[in-house]
Ligand binder design. Structure first.
Ligand code: PEP
Ligand code: MG
Length: 582
């Protein structure tokens, strides 16, 4: 074995792990590539269908075992059941006379290519989910359906998994077997594997180029899932350095746990609601268990994905009922579907556009596809009326007219339900997302027609700075601390509060603990974020005085560059021992 070798990737799940390399290299796996003659084509289709059944049963049983992460397996089942996959593969058998294995691989590649073409990193990352589903079909064809891929592999106790790419299903199977860490060559921070690694608290480094060629099975390895560092065959000096990282991490974890069950409240008594962003209703119980005070953003567009028909009123109602009942009276903000741009659904055909981020998306698409929006609003009214609880949020609002148009539809749906004998809750609060620079500057007017604001910084930054949020070539210019962004946020909070309306922040900016003093000082009433970030953000909020945060924001607002703002904020965090990558 050669000497020490240091590699760098993206740290996506903090923590330090020491162990031995356990290589998983799917790329070396070979599948048959046969042509089939006309007389056995039907038999080949039958082989495919029975493999599909076996794969489905396996996914159902994995889903049962996945507990709070079952939503991911549910998404895999939907992918498996999507006609795109099975009909695509059948077509390759029938038309091209390919064997079932070849047909599946070709179809998976086609679906993968579609995902790769999407702008949104979250959706691009769904590639590995497609691979996972395809692999289960291939395993089933190979007569080994019960293996569940990695579930059957013998993995030593001190294993750190090194792979080209891991599917979320692999991550679940591995986590149950107590592996110490993950290192992969590809992937993004929003991949399900990264999200799962964070949720399971397994140190993970992704996008670590060349690790598969460098690492040897059984070689000693150190992984720092915060800084993104990986050391193969470490020297005593590297061991000592990682030991220090480990102690810092342990101290931090016990600090974070100390806040469990406590509210998001600053030392001088300012209370900030810490809420969860969720994409599937199944996530809600886990979010509450991890300390979320409620759901600040439910991205209902996920109801429309992986299907060819828009959800009907009953399906909408069931989804919202599931969320509201899991929340048991805690705040619940349900956003109407934000499809279009990079989130496409076969159920609602959006036109091909030159600039889809500036096209028919969010509420604009809803107002252009009225039956779909009406069905959703009716489902919301039914569900929210029953409990007299929850609120509706409208995405991509750019004008007062759009809010009034949706409110008119909502009234009509309420009237119809009333006529049907439903005890309608007429006062359902309706809020708007502030995501367009236009919405920032008419915030005062919007406050007159909306009951609350929720600022979507993911899009607001994209539109203010003209930075496509999924384009890696300009990713370095995507700066949440840009003075223009801060000034816009200040304006929105002031306009909302001036009109007596609450103002929430639900973009990823709310999820970064190093931005917490700024969003606190700006005066947001609540912060909504992925569940995995709640603890770390609460940790900062509970240790940063509100009056200090307000003073810090005054200085930041006077700064002229992002770098200057960053320096100011970092200094205050370091002073309080809150700077994470220290
Ligand atoms: C946002 O734009 O910040 C937001 C929360 O909405 P989404 O990420 O779903 O566009
Ligand atoms: Mg948005």
């Amino acid at each position: 074995m050669s000497g020490e070798h240091v590699l760098h990737g993206l740290g996506v799940a903090p923590g330090v792990a020491t162990g031995r390399v356990h290589l998983i290299d799917r790329r070396r796996k070979k599948y048959p590539k046969r042509r089939v003659s006309a007389d056995v084509v039907d038999a080949e289709v039958l082989r495919l269908e029975s493999a599909w059944q076996e794969a489905r049963e396996l996914l159902l049983s994995l889903k049962e075992k996945a507990g709070e992460h079952s939503a991911i397996l549910e998404a895999h089942l939907l992918m498996l059941e999507d006609p795109l996959l099975i009909d695509g593969a059948k077509k390759h058998i029938l038309d091209d006379r390919k064997c079932a294995e070849w047909a599946i691989r070709a179809t998976v590649t086609e679906i993968r290519t579609r995902f790769e073409a999407l702008d949104n990193a979250y959706f691009r990352e769904r590639r590995s989910d497609v691979d996972f589903v395809g692999d289960r079909l291939l395993d089933a064809l190979g007569g080994d359906p019960a293996s569940g891929g990695l579930a059957a592999e013998v993995i030593p106790d001190d294993a750190i998994i090194v792979a080209h790419e891991l599917s979320p299903g692999d991550a679940i199977a591995l986590a149950r077997r107590k592996v110490r860490g993950f290192v992969t060559e590809v992937g993004g921070a929003t991949s399900h594997t990264a999200i799962l690694a964070r949720a399971l608290e397994i140190p993970a480094v992704i996008a670590c180029k060349g690790v598969l060629d460098r690492a040897a099975s059984g070689e000693e390895i150190l992984v720092d899932g915060l800084r993104g560092e990986v050391v193969l065959s470490p020297s005593p000096a590297a061991h000592a350095r990682f030991q220090t990282f480990q102690s810092i991490h342990n101290a931090r974890q016990s600090d974070l746990r100390a806040d469990e069950g406590l509210p998001g409240e600053t030392p001088d008594g300012r209370r900030v609601e810490l809420l969860a962003n969720v994409e599937v209703p199944d996530e809600v119980p886990a979010a509450v268990a991890r300390g979320a005070g409620g759901v600040g953003l439910y991205r209902s567009e996920f109801l429309f994905l992986n299907r060819s028909e828009v959800p009907n009123v009953d399906e909408h109602e069931q989804a919202y009922d599931a969320i509201l009942s899991a929340l048991d009276g805690r705040p619940a903000t349900l956003r109407t579907f934000d499809l279009g741009s990079d989130k496409l659904s076969a159920a609602i055909r959006a036109p091909r556009e030159q600039n889809p981020a500036l096209g028919l998306r969010g509420v604009r698409l809803g107002l252009a596809r009225l039956p779909a929006l009406r069905a959703q609003l009716r489902g919301m009214v039914r569900s929210l009326s029953r409990r007299r609880h929850g609120q509706i949020l409208l995405p991509m609002i750019g004008s007062v007219e759009e809010v009034l148009a949706v409110r008119a539809l909502l009234r009509e749906e309420m009237d119809t339900l009333h006529d049907e004998g439903v005890d309608v809750w007429r006062q359902i609060p309706v809020g708007v997302m502030i995501e367009l620079p236009a919405a920032v500057w008419i915030a005062d007017a919007l406050a007159e027609v909306a009951d609350f604001f929720s600022v979507g910084t993911n899009d607001l930054i994209q539109y203010m700075l003209a930075i496509d949020r999924g384009n890696e070539h300009v990713a370095h210019l995507y700066q949440p601390l840009h003075p223009a962004v801060l000034r816009a946020l200040r304006h929105v909070v002031e306009a909302g509060h001036h009109a007596g309306k609450s103002v929430s922040l639900c973009g990823e900016m709310a999820a970064d603990p190093s931005f917490a003093p700024v969003v606190l000082g700006l005066g947001f009433d609540s912060l909504s974020m992925p569940v995995a970030s709640l603890r770390a953000v609460k940790h900062v909020i509970r240790r940063f005085r509100y009056d200090d945060a307000q003073k810090l924001v005054q200085q930041c607002l006077a700064a002229s560059t992002s770098a200057a703002v960053q320096k100011l904020v970092r200094k205050e965090l370091i002073l309080r021992g809150l700077y994470e990558a220290d």
